[in-house]
Design a protein around this ligand. Structure first.
Ligand code: F6R
Length: 607
């Protein structure tokens, strides 16, 4: 889950590399480093800790000359965060330098192999074997050297490579790890993610697995594994530079919470045309949908929570059984799949290792795979049979907000799309479609009322635990609310289906326990109200989330957060905004590093 970057052009490389790494810091932030060609030699700087340490060490990159270089920001997998374990890694003779994102699964075998050949290793990383293999295989031809090295590697990688005898260029290659090539004017880039180089170009190429990219200031050449020169499709992104900056907000998370009405509006505009739901890259026949006997919805973390809401919506509106699974479980549990099952994988990044594996498992067993993804060109977007791109724009904070709500919305649109194919357009269909169009303004209303959540945060930020309860969609919301709170504030937050409380968990409730009760649906309101009463009786302080006008809760709750009233099914996106804001303000009051919570990284490319 590290971030890599490479630059070749006419400008001093190091400041540019540092600047790009700042946009990749969300991928890992325990150490960083850069290597450049300076006077025909490889010069390097590395620092443990946040990127600002490297920034200070190199005086904003000024201390390193040269116009070609590679950089890295690390999320440690093999070996603790330290100067030695940080990238770039250099080979024994110093002729090669490498930055790497991914995992070399057979690194111990390779280490043994090279040690027997007389190589010594300085770091505990898996990456060092890559750079030493380059050294070992180098007999003059750089392509043969890289190919032989790649053939020896098992696992996933995106690599940036400097070789001293090729001082006017660098090399890059990927397998199962993200890497984009950015094409600028007399300067070219590679990066783990688009925002890192968005300032310089909007024009990109995605190399195929094991293509070797040769990057210099004049252009980029791509060679496939047969060493044939190949062309890969160029694409332009419509994200603007501003969307990847904080723009005056103290944190990306707060900015991204505020961007949700726009993100949702963009998602609606892309998927509803002339009152009809139409997806750009999905066109199922009625016959296909009628034959579907099951849907699997598969994802991790918040995307999984979005999937739960999708399951309820699709089952209710399409009457097709839908199972929701954690990708890490699905991939190993031998799910029953065939051509009549549709597997829907959800991933903001499109690079989550478990979700990729689940997608491949489904494809292997003849299930069609539909991906709901935010990042164009990501592994999942490329490999799935059909793709719906959520229009959240770049999400930089580690904790997802606009990524999540656009996933929920997309799943609801998918439910209506499938219902349409099944001829199930009666009942609530038209109402849902109309209400979805009201979502941007309803979400904006919650944002405008943020002061109440700020006040609640200032009262309760000192608590060391919190419980979130709800039923149906509100249970899925409770799961997401608890995850948001725990990951950024480090408060022990747990979520329970409200009806389950009395089967054990209620023993944890004591005087002053904080309970956030989600009661945003009418259908199960009275049921959850009773559960709120049960915890209040045992001394809990209840914060209740309800639709505007639902005052019956006032007897049970210490605080009531009223939300714009839409149908139960359409409430989750609206309610999620208030839970995000509550988590954000609590974490801010506790002085947490909100955009980069400890131990986490944005894109989880390891199992
Ligand atoms: C929580 C969060 C994570 C992600 C999870 C899946 O705020 O962001 O739980 O939802 O790691 O990531 P994607 O959606 O990129 O597959």
């Amino acid at each position: 889950m590290c971030g890599i970057i490479g630059y070749a052009g006419k400008k001093q490389a190091a400041p540019l590399l540092l600047d790009g790494l700042k946009m990749l810091e969300y991928r890992g932030y325990d150490s960083s480093g850069i290597a450049v060609f300076d006077g025909g030699e490889i010069k390097m700087s590395k620092a443990k800790g946040r990127l600002e340490n490297l920034d200070v060490l190199t005086d904003g990159g000024k201390k390193l000359g040269g116009v070609i270089g590679i950089g890295h920001t690390r999320w440690a997998t093999h070996g603790e965060p330290s100067d030695i374990n940080s990238h770039p890694h250099v080979s024994e003779t110093g002729r090669f330098a490498v930055v790497h994102n991914g995992i070399i699964e057979n690194y111990l075998d390779i280490r043994e192999f090279l040690t027997a050949k007389g190589f010594t290793f300085k770091s505990q990383t898996d990456t060092e074997v890559v750079v030493q293999l380059l050294e070992y295989y180098h007999k003059g031809d750089i392509f043969e050297t890289i190919r032989k090295t790649l053939n020896k590697l098992k696992g996933s990688y995106a690599l940036g490579i400097l070789a001293v005898f090729e001082p006017n260029k660098f090399f890059a290659v990927r397998k199962d790890s993200p890497l984009v090539i950015g094409l600028g004017k007399r300067e070219n880039f590679v990066a783990s993610d688009i925002p890192a180089v968005l300032k310089h170009t909007r024009s990109f190429i995605l190399p195929d697995d094991k293509d070797i990219a040769v990057v210099d200031g004049n252009g980029v050449l791509l060679y496939n594994s047969n060493h044939e020169l190949v062309e890969r499709k160029r694409f332009e992104v419509d994200w603007d530079v501003e969307s990847a900056k904080k723009n005056g907000y103290p944190h990306f998370m707060l900015k991204e919470i505020h961007e949700q009405p726009k993100a949702v509006e963009q998602t609606i505009a892309a998927c509803i045309k002339g009152g009809e739901i139409a997806f750009e890259n999905v066109d199922y026949s009625e016959e296909y949908v009628k034959k579907l006997d099951k849907l699997y919805i598969v994802a991790c973390g918040s995307s999984y929570h979005a999937g739960m809401i999708g399951k309820y919506f699709i089952e209710r509106n399409c009457r097709i059984p839908a199972e929701i699974d954690l990708a890490s479980e699905f991939r190993y549990r031998r799910p029953i799949l065939d051509e009549n099952t549709l597997t829907v994988v959800i991933s903001q990044s499109g690079e989550t290792a478990d979700t990729i594996a689940a997608m491949r498992e489904a494809k292997e067993h003849s299930s069609r795979v539909l991906a709901i993804v935010n990042v164009v060109g990501s592994t999942i977007a490329r490999e799935a049979d059909d793709v719906i791109i959520t229009r959240a724009g770049p999400e930089m904070a580690v904790a997802t907000t606009k990524g999540y709500t656009t996933q929920v919305l997309t799943l609801q649109l998918l439910g209506l799309y499938l219902a349409g194919k099944l001829g199930r357009t009666g009942g609530e269909y038209a109402k849902y479609l109309e209400e979805i169009k009201c979502l941007p303004s309803a979400m904006q209303e919650v944002i405008d009322g943020k002061e109440q959540l700020q006040i609640l945060a200032s009262k309760y930020f000192g608590n060391d635990k919190a419980f979130f309860i709800g039923r149906g969609n509100d249970y899925a919301l409770a799961l997401e609310g608890a995850l948001k709170l725990k990951e950024i504030s480090y408060i022990h937050a747990e979520s329970y289906a409200a009806g389950e409380l009395k089967h054990g968990t209620i023993s944890l409730i004591e005087q002053g326990s904080l309970v956030i009760a989600c009661l945003t649906g009418d259908e199960l309101y009275d049921k959850t109200l009773s559960n709120a009463e049960e915890v209040k009786t045992r001394g809990a302080l209840v914060i209740a989330l309800v639709k505007r006008g639902h005052t019956a809760i006032e007897g049970q709750a210490k605080h009531v957060v009223e939300l714009p009233a839409l149908s139960d099914e359409i409430m989750p996106c609206v309610a999620a905004v208030s839970l995000q804001l509550l988590a954000y303000y609590i974490a801010a009051a506790r002085g947490c590093d909100i955009d980069k919570p400890r131990n986490l990284a944005k894109s989880v490319t390891v199992e």
